[in-house]
Design a protein around this ligand. Structure first.
Ligand SMILES: *Cc1c(COP(=O)(O)O)cnc(C)c1O
Length: 372
């Protein structure tokens, strides 16, 4: 495979060794008999699905989970043998392809299953994981009757197999565990109603895997956010069983520097006016890269020092107030470490009043992901 050439210096650098470290540490913590399902949906939370999947498999993950059928197709094109689970709703028109390519689908209602029947006989037996809605209120069966009905229909058909059952927690990352405990109990009750335990029972997302009772690891855990070295919440951070390493950094270079006199302004709307003589640097990254305008005022790192983004962020460029004169080509770190300083994805999330999950996801495809 040719390594593409990128002329613009703006890039997301992904540390695959950090991902290996996070997966190995989790495996060590949960023990060798519990499987790791690497969650690589949304282009691996913006980190790059193929490279992250490859790293995860090498580090011991036995299954990859994606959100959509199209994501599954992309993974299957690159990995012929690994088990792939589509967590979300797949249109029933996807079933013939899924069967041919051995992609595991989520079944979440009898209505979906009835539509699925129209594609029988299938090329290969279609493996299904039943999704139980124990309190997330998203997709899944929410009564034991519907669960039993689904289970019976699937078992009466040679074309379909109940390969797994799972649920998803709404509050696993919070300190108050009442809602969580109710979900866990409900799921256990549903599971107990099945005449036979499917091959793979899995309920734990990152937060559950790291800080909840190990009995909830069941057969496999679905490892998402902390595989990328990010915390599901600050509460989980206070109870981490092992240190995690962030994999995502974002960097660019100064493309222009100018000396500005007090009273001169910068950017659209001339919203920033220099209070004293200063150096302003221009960096080739803007809101079309996912560095949205709300990040005006955010700090970046240059020469190991903090510098503020000043004025409005443009579509493709932004300006920063430099602590001193630098040369064109000087490295600017937007997310990550430089010398003794660090700017984290959580810093961006705080500035944007959102969660860290959202930050790498919204760095657009114009920013190349390069790997180290
Ligand atoms: C996204 C997702 C996960 C991963 O959650 P993290 O908090 O990132 O570990 C697990 N299960 C389901 C169903 C998901 O949609």
């Amino acid at each position: 495979m040719n390594t593409p050439i990128y002329y613009r210096p703006t890039k997301a650098v992904i540390d695959l060794q950090a991902i290996t470290h996070n997966i190995s540490s989790l495996q060590n913590y949960i023990g060798p008999t519990i499987q790791i399902i690497a969650v690589v949906k949304a282009n691996a939370y913006g980190h790059g699905d193929v490279e992250v999947a490859k790293t995860a498999i090498e580090a011991g993950a036995t299954m990859l989970a994606v959100a959509t059928p199209d994501e599954a197709v992309h993974i299957r094109e690159n990995f012929k043998d690994i088990d792939i689970l589509v967590l979300g709703a797949s249109p029933h028109t996807f079933i013939p392809f899924a069967s041919a390519e051995n992609i595991i689908l989520t079944v979440f209602s009898t209505e979906w299953l009835q539509l699925a029947q129209q594609y029988t006989p299938l090329l290969n037996q279609q493996r299904l994981h039943i999704k139980v809605d124990s309190g997330m209120g998203r997709i899944g069966v929410s009564t034991k009757e519907e669960l039993m009905e689904l289970y019976t229909i699937i078992n009466s058909s040679d074309d379909f197999l109940v390969d797994g059952i799972f649920t998803h927690f709404a509050t696993a990352d919070e300190e108050d565990s009442m809602y969580f405990d109710n979900q866990a109990t409900l799921f256990k009750d549903f599971l107990g109603a099945l005449p036979q335990k499917p091959r793979l029972v899995h309920v734990a997302n990152t937060a559950t895997a790291l800080v909840k009772d190990p009995s909830l690891h069941y057969d496999a855990v679905r490892f998402g956010i902390s595989m990328y070295g990010l915390l599901p919440s600050s509460y989980v951070g206070t109870k981490l069983p092992f240190p995690i390493k962030p994999a995502f950094s974002l960097q660019t270079e100064l493309v222009h520097i100018k000396k500005m006199q007090a009273g001169q302004s910068v950017g659209y709307g001339a919203t920033y006016t220099a209070e004293e003589d200063c150096y302003i640097g221009t960096i080739p990254i803007g809101y079309a890269d996912g560095m949205i305008r709300k990040l005006s005022g955010q700090e970046v790192l240059v020469g190991g020092k903090r510098a503020k983004i000043v004025g409005r962020i443009c579509m493709d460029q932004s300006m920063i107030l430099l602590p001193e004169a630098y040369n064109v080509g000087e490295e600017v770190v937007l997310i990550g470490c430089q010398q003794q300083e660090e700017i984290t994805i959580d810093d961006w999330a705080h500035k944007l009043q959102t969660i860290n999950y959202e930050v790498p996801c919204v760095i657009t495809a114009r920013v190349p992901r390069v790997y180290k």
